[in-house]
Design a protein around this ligand. Sequence first.
Ligand code: ADP
Ligand code: MG
Length: 255
Amino acid sequence: MTPALSVRDLVKRYPTGMEALKGVSLEIGSGEFFGLLGPNGAGKSTMIHCVTGLARPTSGRIEIFGHDAVNHYRAAREAVALAPQEINLDMFLTLEETLDLHGGYFGMSRADRRERAAELLDAFSLTGKRHERTRTLSGGMKGRLILARALMHRPRLLILDEPTAGVDIELRLELWQYIERINREGTSIMLTTHYLEEAERLCDRIAFINHGEIAAQGTIPELTARYGVGTLEDAYLELVGRQELSRVHIEETAA
Ligand code: ADP
Ligand code: MG
């Protein structure tokens, strides 16, 4: 089966000379829930920007469901969606207008936009608010609307850049349920997060990235075996070279 995302030898050098990606390769299977973990500055957003056409790779290949995302971006663009970390809603649009405008960017017909918007507003429990401006929404509703907007053009690959950064516990749990459902219904997902329990709950496979390179990738048992540790947290601490922060280490020292 064609992978949802295939990245080969991806290099991104910014004009400053900063090499943010140094030959990254990874593959996300169709239907898979994939996590990208690494410290700040590791290159996660750069990778997401290259995949979604917001940044131009220096070299390497990116295919989204077999469509070349670098040189023939059109088909690739239709297959992918990004839910960015920051809330970037237009405060003066209603919920319905927000979805309609996004569908318009993707060339959806008026009838299709109307039908799809109604379907998503219902799925995300936002139908009662459809004529209100987005600025009147609670944080949770904004998060749901951003997800609904990303899904408007029926992407087969959804990329979530820290969807739960700084949100309260209820909203995080609620967003997890929605994201899990989207994945169950067939959408492939790439997620970045700093919350290891989020990655543990949601992801089928995880890649560790640091200094622009993939250090390891696999299922959680594969990652812990690779580093010879017991938990994802300890594997992560091996990645960033901070073993002294391990709970095992702290317990041993205290004993
Ligand atoms: P992450 O999302 O993992 O925190 P980024 O991809 O944002 O990492 O950044 C990777 C590296 O590239 C960092 O050193 C960052 O400072 C640098 N970087 C990011 N964007 C730019 C840019 N537009 N110009 C120059 N350097 C950048
Ligand atoms: Mg980032």
